[in-house]
Ligand binder design. Structure first.
Ligand code: FAD
Length: 467
């Protein structure tokens, strides 16, 4: 049944990013041409670059800041994501406990402050991005996942994280899927946003403070020049004292970031708007973001115009870490996503998907951002949020600014900041390791979450693959 419903639902679906496929997409800024000067250059206009620009401009209105973007603002993961804007800086509580048990209280505090400040910025600059602090709900769809949620609920209680554990009846009263067994509602630690409108709003706020943007200006190289730096694009160059590289999954202009960061493709579907009757059949009453609790998981949410965004499950890695349009569409992956949608919501048969797309998630072996400096500390970079960068990128930007300004702060002293993730081996070992890990994750999900030798060995070294 879910197979027929998927075929029909995908019969007229556009290969386009829903968030970017709208009439209010801003006009691109002029490309960089000739020679110019700045105090700070930011490479990349995704969330990391935009937050860096805005925070730096707010802190020092006299600083001359230029943002160079290879395409247009929000072209990368920032315009393609699910819009789950979470407080967690550690890719969830369980991952935080596994890697930084001793500083988790501090990381939780930083995460809460970061989300509060992010929401405050949205309000202060009147950014119209449908931000709603709804929280998120993890959902068990297999009996072994119920135990996992109970464990997570106990850890949440210990750490003072606001939550509620819902049994089968309670979770199905919230959303009526026949697959649901239990739910863990993290009530305050997340907002749902329209990611592209958030990015465009941040860009517009930064512009109002004097930040200069150049689109279609890929940075090809960063070179030392006297006591400063020179950044080269196709038709222009900028001399500057400092630079922050915010290119996340993309290789240039600092290929060495790829030692710690691997680009994996995550796929997304968007339905047409549901009618009142269709919402009633699904029985979805709240507006929380949802995710099932398997190792391979779906994330899904309602949009402001009454659609369902449904993404995740399988992540694809392309040999050599290729990114870009040539690897963006993969019919078997979107088909499986569609079938899983109708398995979760059989009542929705007949609903169609209007958009399908994918985007590069930059992952590290510990699933959180990594930071570094190059060019004698004049360049800093932040990359690798895995699937939780909408909120965390603001924190990533703050740390990248501390580093490039040579400041020692409570943030820069964190173990999470000082220690890099375990590096990923080069090709072809990289490709083989990713394929082995993907297969092992699928096996674990089929065997009630039990991990085989490969995942247990990786786990002992505190490393893994996630989205
Ligand atoms: C499909 C998908 C779903 C996701 N869902 C969620 C979610 O629901 N919640 C969540 O928290 N996170 C999610 N994420 C992750 C989140 O979107 C990212 O962590 C976050 O957007 C990273 O922002 P960024 O600015 O670091 O990177 P990006 O947004 O990728 O920005 C990098 C920018 O750098 C530019 N660039 C690259 N090379 C150059 C160069 N040489 N010169 C100039 N510019 C360059 C690119 O064009 C791009 O605009 C998702 C990601 C994907 C792909």
């Amino acid at each position: 049944m879910s197979s027929n419903a998927a075929t029909l639902a995908l019969s007229n679906t556009r290969n386009a990013v829903y968030w970017l496929d709208r009439p209010d997409t801003p006009q691109p800024a002029d490309a960089l041409s000739g020679q110019t000067e700045a105090d700070l250059v930011i490479v990349g206009a995704g969330f990391t670059g935009l937050w860096t620009a805005l925070i730096a401009a707010e802190a020092d209105p006299g600083r001359r800041i230029i943002v160079l973007e290879a395409e247009t603002a929000a072209f990368g993961a920032s315009g393609r994501n699910g819009g789950f804007c979470e407080a967690s800086l550690t890719h969830g509580l369980a991952n935080g406990l596994a890697h930084w048990p001793d500083e988790l209280h501090t990381l939780l505090r930083f995460g809460d402050e970061n989300l509060d400040d992010l929401m405050d910025t949205i309000n202060r600059h009147a950014i119209d991005c449908n931000a709603e602090r709804t929280g998120t709900m993890d959902i068990a769809v297999e009996p072994w996942q119920v135990d996992e949620l109970q464990g997570l609920a106990e850890a949440s209680s210990r750490l003072g994280v606001d939550h509620a554990l819902l049994d089968t009846e309670a979770i199905r009263a919230e959303i009526d899927s026949p697959t649901y067994l239990a739910g863990l509602w993290q009530r305050t630690g997340a907002a749902m946003v329209d990611p592209a409108r958030l990015a465009w709003g941040l860009q517009s706020a930064a512009k109002s403070l004097g930040v200069i943007f150049h689109d279609h200006s890929p940075v090809r190289s960063i070179e030392k020049s006297g006591t400063g730096l020179e950044l080269h694009s196709d038709d222009g160059r900028v001399r500057t004292g400092r630079a922050v590289v915010a290119t996340n999954a993309y290789r240039k202009p600092l290929p060495k970031i790829r030692r710690h960061v691997i680009p994996v493709y995550d796929h997304v579907l968007m339905t047409e708007p549901l009618s009142t009757d269709q919402w009633a059949e699904i029985g979805w009453h709240g507006r929380q973001g949802l995710a099932d609790a398997g190792n391979q998981f779906h994330y899904y949410r309602r949009t402001a115009d009454g659609r369902i965004l449904w993404g995740g499950y399988d992540v694809l890695y392309h040999f050599g870490g290729r990114v870009g349009p040539s690897v963006e569409h993969h019919a078997p992956t979107t088909r499986r996503l569609a079938e899983n949608f109708f398995h979760t919501f059989p009542q929705a048969e007949g609903l169609r998907f209007t958009h399908r797309w994918s985007g590069p998630i930059a992952s590290t072996t510990r699933f959180t951002c990594a930071w570094g400096t190059t060019h004698a500390g004049r360049v800093s970079w932040a990359a690798g949020y895995t699937g939780l960068g909408v909120g965390a990128s603001r924190f990533g930007a703050r740390v990248a600014l501390d580093l490039v300004d040579g400041l020692s702060t409570e943030r820069t002293e964190l173990q999470m900041v000082r220690r890099r993730p375990v590096p990923i081996p080069p090709e072809p070992a990289r490709w083989l390791a990713v394929q082995a890990t993907r297969a092992a994750i699928k096996r674990a999900d089929r065997r009630e979450g039990r991990e085989g030798l490969w995942l247990r060995t990786l786990g002992r070294f505190g490393i893994g693959l996630n989205s």
